[in-house]
Ligand binder design. Structure first.
Ligand SMILES: [Zn+2]
Length: 326
């Protein structure tokens, strides 16, 4: 016998499955999702919903790091194990590497991270410097934001900019002004976590405008539909920013389904949920759209440094059409 709560959950699952039917056959690219904190179920659900590629920005881990070694291992996992894990579900994994704004405030650590960055930003699959920018808008945050803008400019890499959740409008303007001051081409800068208040200025100044869909709060997907209705699909992209907090790794396909329901054209949906992000990050030279026409051959018996995604007794999936592990 199930409780009301379980029934609610079951019907919610069915509703989501029905909604996602509206976008069957679409391809999605989530340009901001922290997969190290997600499960294999999430990878499976994303693949089932049509997500064929993603970008994992380097970020903090929910509590302050105490030394450079954990930073080094984290970056190594973004270009190593996590990339492999995604591939085992048929998803192409890219990342951006950077010193996040919160930890820019630990200057002793920040100095060491700055020395480490050049060893990682040129690795395979690294499509930009990110996510960097402001959190509390402190002097230390500004210092390391500027240094990393220079690093990205020298390396010819796009920049993924995290805008602050507090005092957002000012923080967003300031992030763009500083990027322009350092002579970055706005076409190489993706301004993330936009809202209705920031989008116009970002687009007017020639930057890419990314939107994070947060379940229950801030930027919901209904609001995203309204933004596309008002501003169109040029230089706009949608992401989940799913991490270890309450967040939804299916935010991109779910938003696309809502856009279908709301009468937004397939062309516009494909642009904001797939093409624009790829176009922005292709400028790194590390991402080629043609890649997505080739399906990844999945062999879950494969190993990365001796480890596979399988656990005792599980049968590997080998390039079957179904994404279900038997
Ligand atoms: Zn993030």
């Amino acid at each position: 016998m199930c409780t009301y709560h379980e029934q609610d959950r079951a019907s919610m699952g069915q509703r989501v499955a029905l909604e996602l039917d509206l976008v069957k056959g679409y391809r999605f690219f989530d340009p901001h999702v922290h997969m190290v904190s997600r499960t294999t179920d999430d990878y499976q659900a994303m693949a089932d919903a049509g997500v064929i590629g993603l970008i994992e920005p380097a970020f903090w881990v929910g509590q302050p790091r105490t030394g450079i070694d954990t930073y080094r291992d984290y970056y190594a996992s973004l270009v190593g194990w996590e990339r492999f894990r995604a591939s085992q579900f048929g998803i192409r994994h890219f990342c951006t590497i950077g010193l996040n704004s919160r930890e820019a405030n630990n200057e002793a650590l920040a100095e060491q991270v700055m020395e480490l960055l050049p060893f990682f930003i040129h690795k395979e699959g690294v499509v930009g410097v990110g996510e960097i920018g402001f959190d509390d808008q402190t002097a230390a945050e500004e210092k390391y934001y500027r240094l990393q803008l220079e690093l990205a400019k020298e390396a010819g890499l796009p920049v993924q900019v995290h805008t602050p959740h507090r005092d957002k409008t000012k923080g967003t303007s300031r992030s763009m002004d500083i990027a322009l001051e350092h002579k970055l081409d706005p076409a190489m800068v993706i301004i993330d976590h936009n809202t209705e208040e920031t989008v116009k200025e970002v687009l007017d100044k020639g930057f890419w405008a990314a939107f994070t869909i947060y379940p229950f709060t801030k930027m919901g997907n209904e609001r995203m539909v309204q933004i596309v209705k008002q501003y169109g699909s040029e230089r706009i992209m949608v992401n989940s920013a799913a991490d270890w907090g309450i967040s939804d790794p299916l935010a991109v396909p779910k938003t696309a389904a809502l856009m279908v329901k709301s009468g937004i054209t397939k062309n516009d949906i494909e642009k904001v949920c797939y093409e624009n992000a790829i176009a922005a990050f292709t400028q790194s030279g590390q991402l080629d759209e043609a890649l997505f026409d080739e399906k990844i051959r999945i062999d879950q018996a494969e190993k990365f440094e001796g480890n596979s995604v399988l656990r005792g007794g599980q049968q590997p999936r080998r390039d079957a059409d179904s994404i279900i592990i038997s």
